[in-house]
Design a protein around this ligand. Sequence first.
Ligand SMILES: Cc1cc2nc3c(=O)[nH]c(=O)nc-3n(C[C@H](O)[C@H](O)[C@H](O)COP(=O)(O)O)c2cc1C
Length: 458
Amino acid sequence: MTISATSATPATSNWQGAQGVKIVTKNFGVPDSHKLATYRARGGWEAFRKSAGMAPAEIVDEVKKSNLRGRGGAGFPTGMKWSFVPKEARTVYLVVNADESEPGTCKDRELLAYDPHLLIEGMAIASYAIGCKHAYIYIRGEMMREAKIVQAAIDEAYAAGLLGSDHPVAGGRTFRFDITLHRGAGAYICGEETALLNSLEGKRGWPRLKPPFPAVKGLFQQATVVNNVETLMNVPEIVQKGGAWFAGLGLGKSGGTRIVCVSGHVKKPGVYELPMGIPVRALIQDVCGGIPGGRAIKGVIPGGTSMPPLDASELDIPIEFDALMTDARIKDVEVQRGLPFDLGNGRRLKTMAGSGGIVVFDESTDVVALCARIMRFYAHESCGQCTPCREGTGWLARVCTRLAAGDGKPGDVELLGNVANGIAGNTICALGEAAAWPMMGFLTKFRSEFEAKIRKAA
Ligand SMILES: Cc1cc2nc3c(=O)[nH]c(=O)nc-3n(C[C@H](O)[C@H](O)[C@H](O)COP(=O)(O)O)c2cc1C
């Protein structure tokens, strides 16, 4: 199979043809990859030079053509998001989401540590395209090492005149922009884009009601684009090689490669940049060396722990945004009625590719204990603003924990389903769903294991 350079929407996964293509990890392992001199010696800032000869709208079009979708979780088309910035906006901000707190996800910290200049160049191109003069990087508080590396890279870029200085651009104009690095205090909720903006403004990290969306009213009430680290690091290569090339690497409406962070019961866990659309089974067997001890696989969390799990019958699904939403199976049981699986227009949410955090669990796993651990995380991280999430995540955590301890009561399984249904769709942000969706997924796919815990306790 060869890489298609023209097709923007290949009908089948090109994952075998795209094997070995590295875009965002291309400088991993290169000595001093975090230094500007190394980055430039390897072609860094050439893409910005090329983009400076283009009109901003041309860059947005190229990113649209590339089928780049946000790598922060929701998979929203990046070019489309950029085009939502109102033409008449006088002040536009770009904010990089480097909060990375979703359990199972640990890619952005590697990207920041190995190649901060790729992010800075991606930010420069994006800022020019959307009309931003001052961009921010919001980095999770615990990432102290990465914050130092990124700040040193920003300082180098200023010293080299790449930041804070005029660049000649198309139409005889100039472009100049600044970057500020802001350290968060380590809260999962501050990864949600509007909570992040509040935190950046010095306020409590509580999500805002949408609309208005950040593209219209974001940071300091101005038009703002929020993008994930990995998303922006794809932009220089899209400018250099073209949107069609990038789209041709992917599957369906998802272009490029995908970083996955594989943990759990595999022989070779790690952070891998892989072709978009690689099937789950190929990832586990061919890339990660299979399951240790020859044990059978029980299930896989495909996109961070906020995503419903796949069971062992679903391993041939490609790891791609739309495939995971449409191909994953949900059994017809009571707890799945209504939200969130019914998305309207006949579409039902199955699972999602999320943030690329893939957790593999084998037959030795106590699924109820696993689910209880996940629920305790979301209960702890709920910001408390919305009652269904504040109270509901606590209920899910407590009931799952008592079930896992073999102390479940008759009716607990139904209670979990009802509480999850009561959270989903009833909160300001998706942290509520981050607990409710996996809860429903675990209940529908592994219900007998939850019921067995009650039988033991009865
Ligand atoms: C509770 C919650 C936590 C989130 N955490 C992160 C995060 O740590 N990093 C991230 O990039 N996106 C996170 N997101 C998604 C962001 O709200 C936003 O969609 C994303 O940063 C947009 O960038 P993208 O379009 O490039 O993916 C989170 C969303 C929710 C609801």
